[in-house]
Write a protein that binds this ligand. Sequence first.
Ligand SMILES: Nc1nc2c(ncn2[C@@H]2O[C@H](COP(=O)(O)OP(=O)(O)OP(=O)(O)O)[C@@H](O)[C@H]2O)c(=O)[nH]1
Ligand SMILES: [Mg+2]
Length: 358
Amino acid sequence: MKIALIGLPKSGKTTIFNALTKSEIAVDKYLPPADEENIGIVTVYDERITRLCEIYEPKKVVNAIIEFHDFPGIFGKQDEHPDLRLMTNIKNCEAFALILRGFPDAELDSLHGKMDPVRNLESFMDEMIINDMVLVEKRLEGIELSYKRGVKTAAIQIEEKTLRMILGHLQENKAINSLELAPEERQAIRGLQFYSTKPVLVLLNVNENDINTPNEALEKIRSMGYLAEAIAGSFEAELSLLDEDEAKLFMADIGIENSITDRVSMLSYNLMGLISFFTAGPKELHVWTLRKGSNAVTAAGKIHSDLARGFIRAECFNFTDIDTHGTEKALREKGLFRLEGKDYIVQDGDILNIRFNI
Ligand SMILES: Nc1nc2c(ncn2[C@@H]2O[C@H](COP(=O)(O)OP(=O)(O)OP(=O)(O)O)[C@@H](O)[C@H]2O)c(=O)[nH]1
Ligand SMILES: [Mg+2]
């Protein structure tokens, strides 16, 4: 999964990227925006892995990962030419973590505008929506041209209808992700890359002494329907360079239990409606990521397309059962070792063994 860290200039994106990925990329108030995005890969922590390793003693563990892409502050600068390559890279990410400045700094106020997280969020979303509108309008012009040339297939007509509906929605200043689209409409626009289709996690970057005080802006942002959390960016970046025990002491001081990486990973899973399932054996324990509500065939397809194609059934039990009873043998004896068909909805923590035939 790729998550783009984006936001207005100097909101603390790189600081938070450093904290998330234990990197030490230079941050400075006066640095011009970088030319490139920074990329870092983190392992998604799952406490169930330790227990599963005790039970299966696998030779190898394959964890779920998240790729964080830290983009320079290229938004909020309508006067300049946008860097199209960076904008495309942003759209190639599956979700956005939008970093808002929530720490006071008089110099940054005068250089980049007053600290006002709610307004910054609104202007940021406006910019996403305007960019999407431009894209829709360009594509509609292209479709008009095709019509003039006599190309008027059913597919292109569905696309036009869908785009007009999207345009109306955007003109009401609403993000595309709040619009219900039928599968064929979704299919019709799959070639176009929008901003406002992406799920957005809002991270309000505050000073460490503000992390536990009620934050009006954060509450307001949540009431607007966003998944939002306050993060003490600079403090977390310093913590990420300490060893784990030392970091824990400082975290306890301000009442944080989990590392920033674990918290943001968990929020990202919630944001995108993701769950984990496992395949487990003496050779390998593998954590797989799946959209909540997916069936056993979709899960099988995550492992290999052959498993989805030749799916017969899934041998299945949940982590909580093997955690309690210790062995697969005990689960069979207790009747907790299930055989599930194609339509079985995979649950978080399921351990699956796909039977297939091709
Ligand atoms: N006081 C305080 N300063 C911060 C915090 N987070 C970032 N800063 C400072 O804000 C400035 C900008 O931080 P960066 O992380 O480079 O911000 P950015 O969003 O990556 O900046 P661009 O990529 O240039 O848009 C630096 O001087 C940081 O030290 C914070 O939580 N508190
Ligand atoms: Mg940066």
